[in-house]
Design a protein around this ligand. Structure first.
Ligand code: GLU
Length: 382
């Protein structure tokens, strides 16, 4: 009981000693009323009626912003929590998670909610609610990377400097072989080649090229010509073997380079993520170089415009994009390689943490959480 109340009670009792029964009955009623009257400032009601300042940031599907209207899983979740607490609140949108954290740290807002990962590092400076969503980091690539690219890859192989060089050597060899064969064959009576230079060399070149690539359909008639033909056929076998090996190697290397299946494939590739995110911190720790852009929309653009080979970010955010806007354009590869939970961030020793946690637990127990989850992460829609 408040000291003021005790004092009042004492005073009343003192008076009571001096007054007759009827008045004392009246006084007793007054005392009783005084005791049960909600003393201003004595209840929690006042505290929860304060308008809570809530910081957030746009991150679909957790927070969407359409002009002044906010929606998304985290927005709905906070509305339900506040409703459960009987609290009034006001949202303010900040550009990045570090901005939200700054506001919370400087006590300019009462809490932050979006897709904010609970990390050991952040835990040092802030209080977090119980986890409100389980996720982690994953990799996204352009979907054409693995499927539609066979044709361009072949073209690329055929026009690669190594192959062009090989074709050049083959042409030179064919011309040389054609001259030798023409020189030895042209005097033969039933020669397969004409005596005069031009028709003769054309025919001999055709023969040399055909022999190199496949099989000769005609054979020189003179003994010397035949000797040369045999040598030429051996050169053909070796050349075809060498050619096949070169093309196979080139294509295998290309395929290996085109394949990103997990975190171990990332070093040496151009990776994009957003500045200040837990993904950028993870990549730094793994010593994987990454292009850091502002906002996830820019990261999607960078990937789609071929300026990056892979995007590393929060799995639930990537999954939502893959199932909606990014459908047929991007795909997720590998499983989650770093688990993370989202939480509501509060200043250290926040008086609201307990209330928020019990509201969150109630919402999880009474089915509201599930309804919200199904609304924003409807698997059937995906
Ligand atoms: N979950 C990440 C973080 O807390 C990224 C969230 C975001 O960029 O909105 O840093």
């Amino acid at each position: 009981m408040k000291p003021v109340l005790l004092h009042k009670l004492h005073q009343v009792l003192k008076i009571l000693n001096k007054v007759p029964f009827r008045q004392s009955l009246l006084a007793g009623t007054i005392i009783l009323l005084l005791l049960i009257y909600p003393y201003p400032g004595a209840t929690q009601g006042n505290q929860s009626k304060k308008t809570l300042q809530v910081a957030t940031k746009v991150i679909p599907p957790f927070v969407f912003q359409d002009k002044d209207k906010l929606s998304g899983f985290s927005i709905d979740l906070w509305r339900s929590i506040a409703n459960e607490m009987g609290a009034d609140f006001k949202f303010t949108v900040y550009p990045t998670v570090p901005d939200v954290l700054d506001e919370v740290e400087q006590n300019k807002v009462d809490l932050g909610i979006a897709a904010i990962s609970i990390t050991a590092e952040r835990q040092k400076k802030f209080d977090f609610s119980l986890p409100m969503f389980a996720g982690g980091l994953q990799i996204m690539v352009r979907s054409s990377e693995s499927k539609n690219n066979i044709f361009p890859n072949l073209l690329q192989t055929f026009f690669s400097p190594t192959l062009l060089q090989l074709v050049g050597i083959a042409l030179a060899l064919v011309v040389i072989a054609a001259h030798i064969i023409w020189l030895f064959e042209r005097h033969h009576q039933e020669a397969m080649i004409s005596k005069s230079y031009f028709p003769g060399i054309f025919k001999a070149s055709w023969w040399a090229a055909a022999t190199l690539a496949t099989q000769a359909d005609e054979m020189p008639k003179g003994p010397l010509g035949r000797m040369i033909a045999i040598i030429w056929m051996f050169i053909g076998v070796i050349f075809v073997a060498y050619f096949t090996a070169t093309v196979t190697t080139a294509m295998t290397v290309q395929q290996l380079q085109g394949d990103i299946r997990g975190i171990e494939d990332l070093p040496g590739r151009v990776v994009v993520t957003t500045a200040g995110s837990t993904a950028s911190e993870f990549l730094r720790q793994q010593k994987i170089k990454a292009v850091e852009v502002a906002g996830i929309e820019n990261a999607y653009d960078t990937l789609l415009r071929n300026q990056a080979d892979a995007l590393v970010f929060d799995s639930p955010v990537l999954l939502y994009y893959t199932a909606n806007e990014g459908k047929n354009k991007v795909e997720i590869v590998g499983s989650i390689f770093q688990e993370e939970n989202y939480g509501i961030v509060l200043p250290n020793n926040s008086p609201y943490r307990r209330q928020i946690n019990s509201a969150l637990l109630t919402i999880k127990e009474n089915g509201i959480y599930r309804t919200l989850y199904e609304k924003w992460f409807d698997v059937k829609k995906a």
